[in-house]
Design a protein around this ligand. Structure first.
Ligand SMILES: [Zn+2]
Length: 283
């Protein structure tokens, strides 16, 4: 499943090619992952792309109003969530079309924007500014941007397991299973520890580990779990750097103890039982 670094990688790829482009026409395959596909097909052509940004794990493509349409409140966004297997490419329309490609946008520079999604757990919709604002209000601050004081406050105010807090998107947004496990390993914090029992130093070590790992993963274009590809169709590289995630039974890079897997917050959690001591049980 694409996580923050993968989505950010896709956003950066799209930001290099989409702004200024006009959408000339749209062609749809299966539409069960699209909110109001008929409306989307009707409204999208004619818009120009103003900007591309990331909102948590959503990709938000800001559109300028259609040209003869003067309404001041006409700011719209094409919002995309990649789900499990969503993939976006832009390129020459003569290139072979991968199976399960369901959205084709013809652009005014002759290129084609394609959305491919094998399992169709992704989402696509046209959204207003208020929809975007609601989305931002529901979630915690972005994991890449949150500062030390806010992170410590959000984590420290909850008697929930730290792994659940990281995945829950309310304390901090954008973190999925891979980068939660990697940052907890780096910070030497057991995934089942309670957020409000972490020391200030542990919380800050964790925040720094998270941001450092996310930034490195973005530089390496994310992790190629399943069939994630960036906007240029290149696989990510970060999975070669995983230190905990997916390494059950392999040796810890720090202390050579065997990495273990347990279920925390309903998800597989990989950790080193020596470097990341379990929370002490209270009698
Ligand atoms: Zn270890």
């Amino acid at each position: 499943m694409p996580e923050l670094p993968e989505v950010e990688t896709v956003v950066r790829g799209l930001r290099a090619v989409l702004p200024g482009r006009q959408i000339l026409s749209i062609r749809l395959g299966k539409t069960d992952f699209i909110d109001e596909p008929i409306l989307l097909a009707e409204l999208l052509p004619g818009h120009r792309v103003a900007d591309v940004s990331r909102c948590g794990k959503f990709i938000s493509i800001e559109l300028t109003p259609r040209e003869p349409e003067p309404s001041a409140d006409a700011r719209q966004y094409l919002v995309i969530h990649l789900g499990m297997t969503g993939r976006i490419t832009t390129g020459n329309p003569s290139e072979p079309v991968p199976a399960h490609t369901h959205v084709f946008l013809a652009l005014d520079d002759g290129n084609e924007f394609r959305y491919t999604d094998t399992r169709r757990f992704g989402q696509m919709r046209l959204a207003s500014q208020s929809w975007i604002d609601d989305l931002r209000a529901r979630w915690g601050e972005d994991a890449l941007e949150i500062n030390a004081a806010n992170f410590a406050r959000k984590i420290g105010s909850r008697a929930a397991r730290i792994k659940a807090l990281l995945l829950g998107q309310h304390a901090v947004s954008g973190i999925g299973n891979i980068y939660a496990d990697e940052s907890l390993w780096r910070a030497k914090i057991h995934p089942a520890r309670l957020g409000n029992r972490l020391s200030a130093r542990e919380a800050e070590t964790l925040r720094k580990a998270l941001q450092d790992i996310l930034k490195k993963a973005i530089v390496m274009r994310g992790s190629s779990i399943s069939d994630f590809l960036d906007a240029d169709g290149e696989p990510g590289e970060y999975q070669r750097r995983h230190r905990a995630y997916g390494r059950e039974g392999e040796r810890c890079y720090r202390c050579r103890t065997l990495i273990r897997r347990i279920i925390v917050a309903g998800r597989s959690s990989y950790f080193c039982p020596k470097c990341q001591p379990a929370p002490r049980r209270r009698k």
